[in-house]
Design a protein around this ligand. Structure first.
Ligand code: NAG
Ligand code: NAG
Ligand code: NAG
Ligand code: NAG
Ligand code: NAG
Ligand code: NAG
Length: 599
């Protein structure tokens, strides 16, 4: 069998190699257009981030994009998603970028790859790994030698994987973006861009089109564009398309017009309303862009979800929520919207829409209420959450110093004096990054929060345990505050005195939820004097049953938390509760923190 098959496989390789030689993609400055396989080519593309969609659904979402008439997709590669610890790489499961590229290719979509190293993307630290901050003084996105060394090492892993997927090598990738909106960053370091150019050329060769993306203004293009990279711009609907492309012309007097991020909606921030942009506004500007022969990428075509701890934040500190719905043409759940059909109609005026059925919206199932039982407080589970025990330090340490990059860390110290009257606990240098739940001997005192609440009053006896549970709500993804250290990044004071002698517990919440939080706490509930307060952060557990006898279950669902909040400290000191659901069958909709309520 094997011997018979081998020559056939060999023949296929020869034919494919012969066809590859006809595959070309480049820029024609004479016709102000791209040329693909020797013919003028214009793309209509849509953004989809594989890191924000479960692998299970990649194919469905790509097919819906194809059926909207798109030629291409655009995706970011988040460095920190693939190199979670220095030198530890992960390209498996939901991180299997090469499989994603293969699916796009099979669906008939070209790929515009935004390879970073920095991506912004409303993603934790703009895609840069937090471990870069182990050098405290590092200047990110510059010629800083430690930063560049880490970039070179990462790109020597990523880019060789990408090379076989380039269009001229038989794959779907037609262009590769370097950095992102670099002209909006303070450093304006051309040597950095030159180093990246050298690195990308070294790994990908001279043929591939390398490009940059910046805001549509000479102000941004000044530091974002570099000879050897094709300069493209990004701009929103509703503005003056001619003026925006004139800005691109200031850097590229000839060549194709490209809007690399044409916004179909907008991002959200915690505590703010969901952003909504009407479909008609987008359809009208899209038509104007396409009418002038320009190339466009719709950002986002599907936003998806910030799973786990991957959301970023803006300054003054405003984290993004779990949802990255973006009011995009395909909803966070991948559903077809009115906007999808409105934009498809515009695209259909310029591209032939593919024949066939648009995959239908996935069915959803209402599983009903899930009752949650209190299991125990974070403090009661401390031994299991922090098996190695506390790190002792005179002054507080940051997450990076503890080598814990995400989630929660508990800082404990003993009250140095009797605080019979309300006594000021403060963070004079605004160093609680980002939100701290403060309790004294298990009794809730209040919340400290970055940029919002720098001081609270506490009471308690000398020697009582003061616990400060600090939550990392996502690293700043944009601008000069990218070096975003987490935890207690400066000293706390009680009255005017600096608090010292800390016991710091790094918490492995995910591991504990996986394994052991379902049982009973290690510690007996506190008895005399200190009744357990469930006002402090607490684990709950509940069981979601997938009913039998109904075909096609499990199906997707939505989680609702009636009456649950994450209020800003000013609005009141109500605590979020960390809940766990034991799943008998995996539902098709993984969430950030699974929790209570109607399903
Ligand atoms: C090569 O191209 C020819 C014509 O374009 C096509 O018929 C053939 O199937 C292709 N071969 C492979 C292996 O893709
Ligand atoms: C759009 O910008 C162009 C170029 O700056 C200008 O000539 C034109 O008047 C503008 N159109 C509108 C409607 O403002
Ligand atoms: C705190 O107050 C108690 C009485 O409530 C007293 O015994 C103790 O000495 C005081 N401790 C300090 C450090 O002042
Ligand atoms: C803290 O308590 C003092 C009185 O002891 C009071 O003046 C102040 O307003 C309180 N501050 C807060 C934030 O509650
Ligand atoms: C805390 O204060 C001490 C003493 O002033 C200082 O040496 C230390 O650097 C401070 N720590 C932080 C994290 O700010
Ligand atoms: C939790 O369990 C899942 C499935 O067994 C595993 O893939 C994941 O790595 C675990 N996470 C942690 C933090 O242990």
């Amino acid at each position: 069998m094997l011997r018979l098959l081998l020559p056939v496989a060999g023949l296929a390789t020869v034919l494919r190699a012969a066809n590859i030689s006809q595959r070309t993609f480049g820029i024609d400055y004479g016709c102000n257009c791209f040329v693909k396989d020797g013919r003028p080519f214009r793309y209509i593309s849509g953004s989809i981030h594989y890191s924000r969609i479960p692998r299970y659904y990649w194919k469905d979402r790509l097919l819906k994009m194809k059926m909207a008439g798109l030629d291409a997709i655009q995706t970011y590669v988040p460095w920190n998603y693939h190199e979670p610890q220095m030198g530890v790489y992960d390209f498996s499961g939901d991180r299997d970028l090469e499989y994603f590229l293969q699916l796009a290719d099979e669906t008939g979509l070209l790929v515009i790859l935004r390879a970073g190293p920095y991506i912004c993307a409303e993603w934790d630290m703009g895609g840069l790994p937090a471990w870069l901050l182990e050098k405290e003084s590092i200047v990110l996105r510059s010629s800083d030698s430690d930063y560049l060394a880490a970039v070179e090492k990462w790109m020597s892993v990523l880019l060789p994987k990408m090379k076989p997927h380039l269009y001229q090598n038989g794959g779907p990738i037609i262009m590769v973006q370097v950095e992102n909106e670099y002209g909006s960053y303070f450093a304006c370091d051309y040597d950095y861009l030159r180093s990246l150019q050298k690195l990308f050329r070294q790994h990908l060769g001279d043929e591939v089109v390398l490009f940059t993306t910046d805001g549509a203004s000479q102000l941004y293009l000044r530091c974002g564009a570099l000879q050897g990279f094709y300069a493209t711009v990004d701009f929103a609907p509703g503005g003056n398309v001619t003026a925006a492309f004139l800005a691109q012309r200031s850097s590229e007097p000839t060549g194709p017009l490209v809007n690399s991020e044409f916004y179909t909606g907008w991002l959200d921030h915690w505590g703010h309303r969901h952003s909504v942009v009407p479909a008609q506004t987008i359809a009208k500007t899209l038509n104007e862009i396409l009418a002038c022969g320009a190339n466009v990428n719709l950002y986002m075509f599907i936003g998806g979800t910030n799973f786990a701890y991957w959301n970023g934040a803006n300054m003054p500190y405003m984290p993004q929520p779990t949802s990255y719905d973006y009011d995009a043409p395909l909803s966070e759940a991948g559903d077809l919207t009115e906007k999808y059909f409105a934009l498809r109609e515009v695209i259909g005026m310029y591209n032939q829409l593919p024949e066939g059925l648009i995959p239908p919206t996935t069915s959803k199932f209402a599983y009903g209420k899930v009752h949650l039982q209190k299991v125990g407080t974070v403090v009661e589970f401390l031994d299991r959450l922090s098996p190695a025990g506390p790190v002792k330090s005179t002054f507080p340490l940051t997450f990076v110093q503890l080598k814990q990059y995400f989630g929660f860390v508990l800082y404990r110290t003993k009250l140095p004096k009797n605080c019979t009257e309300p006594t000021q606990l403060s963070s004079p240098l605004n160093g609680v990054h980002d939100r701290a739940y403060v309790s004294v001997d298990g009794v809730l005192q209040g919340i400290l929060e970055r940029d919002k609440s720098l001081m609270i009053n506490i009471t308690g006896k000398a020697g009582a345990n003061m616990d400060i549970l600090v939550e990392n709500m996502g690293r700043v993804n944009y601008g000069r505050y990218n070096n975003d250290f987490k935890g207690l990044v400066s000293n706390l004071t009680l009255d005017q005195d600096i608090l010292v002698e800390w016991e710091i517990y790094p918490l492995d919440i995910d591991g504990a939820v996986n394994h052991s939080i379902h049982g009973y706490p290690d510690r007996p509930k506190r008895s005399v004097g200190n009744p357990v307060s469930y006002e402090t952060p607490t684990f709950y557990t509940g069981t979601l049953l997938i009913p039998g006898g109904i075909p096609d279950l499990p199906q997707d669902t939505y989680v609702n938390f009636p009456g649950w909040t994450k209020e800003s400290p000013a609005e009141g000191a109500s605590f979020p509760h960390v809940a766990t659901l034991q799943r008998h069958k995996e539902t098709a909709r993984p969430g950030g923190f699974p929790a209570t309520g109607d399903l």
